[in-house]
Design a protein around this ligand. Structure first.
Ligand code: HEC
Length: 199
């Protein structure tokens, strides 16, 4: 699997979630958080084609989308999940509140990744030569090694979460598509565990 396929794979999963927005009848906080999730989904959709090279890269749009996500992440996100709020048509699983610390950590992780993406927007895409000196191979040692060793080997392959303790500043040194992947991984990591699959 190439780096770019990984990016697209992550984005595709999130895209699926976004198209699942068809929940009339939601009220109160459930409606509010669905709306917030939807705006994050739309922000992802707007910039996904840029990450894959299907659309021209525009740093300002990437930054703006990242800021939308950052503003809906962290406490803004967890604040929309009062204990036990699973009323129809919510897809939130009750284990959310049994594992509140973990859920909160994922919301914080998303905030960090999105803030990092906002900072990384000006870096352009991996392989564009901005950072890598035109190094076209994907998970080459360059990217991991040169960035102050913050990312242990195999970080990208590490499954569904981004490395613990990584800061927005670190992510901000990555190519934008790498930072984007961290954002989409954060979305998926939480959905995989706390959001009920659509029928
Ligand atoms: C900390 C956990 C968490 C994170 C991080 C998270 N989500 Fe969600 N998301 C949820 C939960 C839980 C639901 C189900 C909400 C409900 O129906 O009550 C959901 C639902 C959604 C929905 C469906 C909304 C609807 O109308 O039913 C979309 C779209 C979505 N998320 C997009 C995203 C995107 C895009 C990201 C990342 C940028 C993201 N989410 C990050 C937990 C999270």
């Amino acid at each position: 699997m190439t780096f770019r396929q990984l990016v697209l794979g992550g984005a595709a999963i999130v895209g699926l979630s976004a198209t699942a927005f068809a929940h009339s009848g939601a009220t109160g906080v459930v409606k509010e958080r669905m709306g917030a999730m939807k705006s994050m989904g739309e922000a992802i959709k707007r910039i996904k084609p840029m990450m894959s090279g299907e659309a021209g890269y525009d740093a300002a749009s990437v930054r703006k989308a990242a800021q939308v996500i950052a503003s809906e992440a962290g406490e803004a996100l967890t604040g929309k999940f009062p204990e036990g709020s699973t009323e129809h048509p919510s897809e939130t699983l009750p284990r959310t509140w049994e594992e509140w610390d973990r859920f909160t950590a994922l919301a914080t992780q998303l905030e960090t990744a999105a803030e990092g993406l906002a900072m990384a927007a000006d870096n352009g895409l991996h392989g564009d030569g901005h950072m890598m000196g035109g190094h076209a191979g994907m998970m080459g040692g360059n990217m991991m090694g040169d960035s102050s060793g913050m990312m242990g080997g195999g970080m990208m392959m590490g499954g569904d979460t981004i490395p613990q303790g990584i800061s927005a500043e670190h992510i901000g040194q990555m190519p934008a598509d790498g930072a984007f992947m961290m954002v989409t991984q954060s979305c998926s990591a939480c959905h995989d565990r706390y959001r009920q699959e659509d029928g």
